[in-house]
Structure formats: C-alpha cells, structure tokens
Design a protein around this ligand. Structure first.
Ligand code: GDP
Ligand code: MG
Length: 370
C-alpha cells in the first residue's frame, strides 16, 4: 500500500509539519509527524495546500521520491531541448557543428568545446537553445523506451539533393510516436542538384504538410557547410518553443536525465545530465539511475566549472559512485541515507529486470541520429 509519513509529506510541500497535522485534523485524521498516512489522504492534503498531485511510477511512489507538482506561479520559461534526426549523410553532424558556432557566449568567457552529449547556444537576443549531440543519442533511445522524452523538438534533416530516404521515414515515425513536434531542415541547399520542392512533395506522402505548402510543419532551407539559414532555423525552433510554452520551476531540487556517462581515469565517474526541473548545485546529493553521490563539481559544455545548472542546461556531474545508464533519471535528494536507500532499491530492481534486447531496433535508431 502506498503511504507517506506526515513529516515527509510536509518536507516535500515545503510546509510546516504543524500545518499538515492541522489540515489532517480538519479531515478527521489524527496523526503525529512520524505516522504514515495513505496516498489518498495525502493527495487531499496536497490539494488543500494548493499543489497539484502527480502519481509517479510504482518504484518512485514506493520510495517517495516525488509526488508534488509545481504550482503554475512557480513556473518560468526554459530553453527548448532539440534533437537532430535524419538519414545517414544528410548532414546531422555538420548541422550540429554549424549551430554550435552560433553561440555568442562562446568567445567571451573562454573555454574549449567539450563533448558532453549536449550543448547550449546563447543567441544574440539572449535566448538559449539546447542541442543533444550525443553520438547515437542513447539518452533519446533509452528515454523513448521508458515512454518519456527529453526532447522538445526534433529537427529532421533532409538533404535537398537526396530527398526522403528510409531513415528519414524512420525518424518521422519516432518523432510522431514520441509526440514531439518536428521542424524540417532542408539541407545542402548550396549543392547544384538541390531540389527542395521534391523534398516537400516527398514529405506529403508521409503526412507531413510543410508551411510553404499550406501545412503547419515548419520547413527551413539551410546549408550546414555554408552556414546558411542557421538563424532562420534557430528562430523556427524558438517559435516552436513558444507554441509549446516550455516551462520549469527553477526553485526546487533538481531533476533530469542522464545523457551519457563514462569512467574517466583522472576524474572518476563523469555523468552528463540534462537538468529538466529545478536547479542543480555543487554539493547536492544526487541519485542517478542506480548510482548516487555528492556533486563534487559541475562542468559545462566549455569545460568550465560552474556552481549551478538550471532547467534545460546540460552539465557534467563529478562525484557519483558509478556510471549511470544513459536515459536514466536523476534526482536530488535530501540526504545520503535516502540516496543510498534509493540506489540500493534500484540496484535490486535492475538485477530483476536484466533482460537481453530490451531496446529493440536500437541499431537503426542509432544510425539515424548524429
Ligand atoms: P550525418 O551522417 O547526417 O551526420 O552527415 P554529415 O554531417 O556527416 O555529412 C555527410 C556529408 O555531407 C559530409 O561529407 C558533409 O561534409 C556533407 N555535408 C553536410 N552538410 C552539407 C551542406 O550543407 N552542403 C554540402 N555541400 N555538403 C554537406
Ligand atoms: Mg553524423
């Protein structure tokens, strides 16, 4: 049965224990701080305090990681997170490289490009966009397998001289299944053989009607090689982000997903994560997948140490006990005991669930990405 102690419930709502006890008394429930109440009663209390309840996965409910949703007034706009997909050789890597150079913040504070699985560009307007650039986009694959998504927008690259190809169609299917809006980047427009209208025609057969044909899917002509149309593409992404009203509460314990991770000879466990909610701080105690640890350092996509990372920011975490799986969720918890408890629970679950070939057709998806 799902239960939660009065103390824990108060903690998670950042409410006084006395207030929670009073609210319970009003509902005819007499409880002390250490007593447990059932999930339905807890839900009533949470609503009484003006929060929205979200029941999470069985494992997380059991562990009591979360259950309280942010209120609307806590929410602030956050940058979009973008994944680039498309057929092999249509220019995904080239486009990612080209977009990276549009970061106006790159020059000023120094630092050298680091591949941490994602990077963030700051545009002249001050707006930010996060691009996933992990090879194979393991995180995208793993999250999709769990039914979650870390991507807000898919940019589908189609080479203007080659048109819609098998992996283009696969990518369309994946984006549709994940319910993620697409923007079509018609690439290689510098090539003499470029036939952008043929691309648009081809897309019709896959139920994608682009804007220039009267539909509502943005289509933008670019050349990754000549760095043409990149500003238009970024504008398009920001417009799509506006439509999606992407928001997160920065003033809470951080939550997010592991993008990739590795064991580094000098630095130990290095996990690249994407913060999705809240603000991650140096010194925080983090559980990532089945691993945990105190954040010893945070390193950004320019190799610079940072103190904090807010919503949609990719950052490396140093200090975890091991190497968490790509796509695994991470969450900041209140203390080390709690972290250990959750990590042990998950280690157990992992052993139970170790089945081969969990992510079918993963090879083809990996090829489509980067
Ligand atoms: P990916 O497999 O989708 O990551 O494709 P790449 O980025 O590796 O590009 C495949 C090839 O296309 C490379 O030789 C690139 O130099 C070339 N390419 C990529 N973008 C453009 C472009 O805009 N114009 C031209 N002419 N070539 C491009
Ligand atoms: Mg590539």
């Amino acid at each position: 049965p799902e239960t939660i102690t009065v103390q824990e419930l108060a903690n998670r709502m950042a409410a006084r224990q006395g207030e929670v006890i009073k609210a319970l008394m009003k509902m005819g429930v007499m409880a002390t701080v250490t007593q447990s109440i059932d999930a339905d009663t807890a839900e009533l209390v949470v609503e009484e305090f003006g929060h929205r309840v979200r029941r999470v996965s069985e494992a997380d409910v059991e562990l009591g990681i979360e259950g309280v949703e942010d209120t609307t007034e806590d929410m602030q706009p956050r940058p979009p997170v973008v994944t680039i997909m498309g057929h092999v050789d249509h220019g995904k890597t080239s486009l990612l490289d080209a977009l990276r150079t549009t970061d106006v913040a790159a020059g000023e504070a120094g630092g050298i490009t680091q591949h941490i699985g994602a990077y963030q560009v700051t545009l002249e307007s001050g707006a930010k966009i996060t691009f996933l650039d992990t090879p194979g986009h393991e995180a995208f694959t793993a999250m999709r397998a769990r039914g979650a998504s870390i991507t807000d927008v898919v940019v589908l690259v189609v080479a203007a001289d080659d048109g819609v190809m098998p992996q283009t169609i696969e990518a369309i299917k994946h984006a549709k299944a994940a319910n993620v809006p697409m923007i079509i980047a018609i690439n290689k427009m510098d090539k003499p053989g470029a036939k952008p209208d043929r691309v648009r025609q081809d897309l019709l057969q896959h139920e994608i009607v682009v804007e220039s044909m009267g539909g509502d899917v943005m289509d933008i002509e670019v050349s990754a090689r000549q760095r043409m149309g990149l500003d238009k593409l970024e504008e398009g992404i920001l417009l799509q982000a506006e439509i999606l009203e992407l928001q997160a509460n920065p003033d809470r314990a951080a939550e997010g997903a592991v993008i990739e991770s590795r064991l580094d000879r000098g630095r130990g466990s290095v996990a690249s994560v994407l913060v999705q909610k809240g603000t991650l701080r140096k010194g925080d105690i983090v559980v990532a997948g089945a691993e945990w640890g105190r954040v010893r350092a945070l390193v950004d996509d320019r190799g610079r140490q940072v103190e904090v990372a807010g919503p949609s920011m990719p950052v490396e975490i140093l200090g975890l006990s091991g190497v968490p799986a790509a796509g695994a969720p991470f969450v900041v918890v209140e203390n080390e005991n709690r972290a250990r408890e959750i990590s042990e629970f998950r280690q157990r679950k992992l052993k139970e669930h170790q089945v081969a070939g969990q992510v079918a057709a993963r090879g083809t998806l990996d090829q489509m990405l980067a």
